[in-house]
Design a protein around this ligand. Sequence first.
Ligand code: FAD
Ligand code: SF4
Length: 469
Amino acid sequence: MSERTFPFLRLARALPAEISIPIRVADFHEINADFVGGEAADQASRCIDCGNPYCSWGCPLGNRIPQWLKLVKEDRIEDAATLMHETNPLPEICGRVCPQDRLCEGICTLEEDFGAVTIGAIERSVTDEAIKRGWRPPEATATTDKRVAIIGAGPAGLSAADRLARAGVQADVFDRHEEIGGLLTFGIPAFKLEKDIVRTRRRVLEDQGVKFHVGTEIGRDVAFEKLVDDYDAVFMATGAYTAVDARLPGQQRAGVVVALPFLIANARQQMGTATAADVLPDLGGKRVVVLGGGDTAMDCVRTSVRLGAERVTCVYRRDEANMPGSRKEVKNAREEGVIFRFLAQPLAIVGGDVVDGVEIAETRLVQDGDGRARCEIVESSSQTIPADIVILSFGFLASPPDWCARFGIEPDDNGRLRVGGDTRLPLQTGHPKVFAGGDNVRGADLVVRAVLDGREAARSILSQLNVVA
Ligand code: FAD
Ligand code: SF4
């Protein structure tokens, strides 16, 4: 193998420059920059175009990764952006927040011996640069008289809006929040995804003709039946917002907070839109314990560090290998000083009126069958971790609006909307004009899969409306 033919032999995998730890924990800016100069082209040149595009198979969107890496290598930034947008309406966002180690990069042919191609970082850098240069997604070749209402401006809703606009269909997006993005804005903190990136995408979508109606809750400000009557189709992309309640004794004590309201209050403080309802506890010099091991828990521990907590501990009942959170986020949290207590089950929140600790017991993992290992509490292992603030982060369940059933849009036993099946189009609900996708269909999942659902729901809607994309 020659270094001339295979650049990966002389060129190591590299991520864009990372802000040093003491500086990055002092604010909420993203911790990685974009690639600059020829860095993206150099990293793209590490792709060996192996003939079996495992990376594309590992990407839920089936992105044509080797093909756009080749364009980046040739410095054809706008062409690469066009190809990226063929499969992914939000590449700069997925490039930032996807757990690449479990998706595209995890199965790159180079991963095991040489380090995967930095696919996510290239995807975000190229899209940022192309948009900065004035590049825009291809325009619709013809407009139609069709109109589609989208409920929810999260990644599923935005993805559908892009596809519909590109097919010449008017997309009207309604969201109860004051800004678009769903959990991209009111969940994922700015150190993973700066809010300017979402605002830039909003401008791109508006240039494509998408209309946003923010601060509008369907079912409260506008009746759902009005959308069904006024539009040719409706896409429900309403997310999953029912926090899992572990019913821990003592969880009503002052100082115990729930993860998402905590992150939303912080996001609004950062954006300058906080209201009296956005209560953010003072974490300065406090001992914070976060219960849970998913992406939300990782965002809470890292937010707590930035809000000045003296000591931040994450308690998770399984081991590190079985954590649902992204590996890169665990690494980042650890670098920022977060302490992890794995194999520890919270039993109760202790204290008086105000919390002063979390009682935990040690656990062991027991493998009974083929499924996920079960957690078993180790006898006489309980102890108390001192805490001034406890953040509950046990995940989310789908939260179907209560008016759904009146329209034949049925949830399953876990609250997820039922879609598709033998007699319906993909992502079509029990109401022929109504489609659904993202977390409200899957349960709490990933941005990239919400983007996939938005794209595929738009495809179904276009086919129902006989619009050729
Ligand atoms: P959402 O993003 O939840 O958007 C739904 C939107 O619908 C919301 O804006 C809501 O206000 C609106 N809405 C709901 N009902 C109505 C109504 N009746 N009227 C008007 N508007 C309504 N995934 C990753 O891939 N990487 C990560 O790093 C990551 N980190 C995460 C961190 C946190 C804290 C959380 C909570 C989740 C994270 N996820 C991450 C998961 C990811 O954010 C979600 O899977 C994704 O946002 C789901 O997209 P969605 O469009 O289905 O729903
Ligand atoms: Fe990888 Fe996500 Fe981009 Fe797909 S969308 S190529 S999984 S970073």
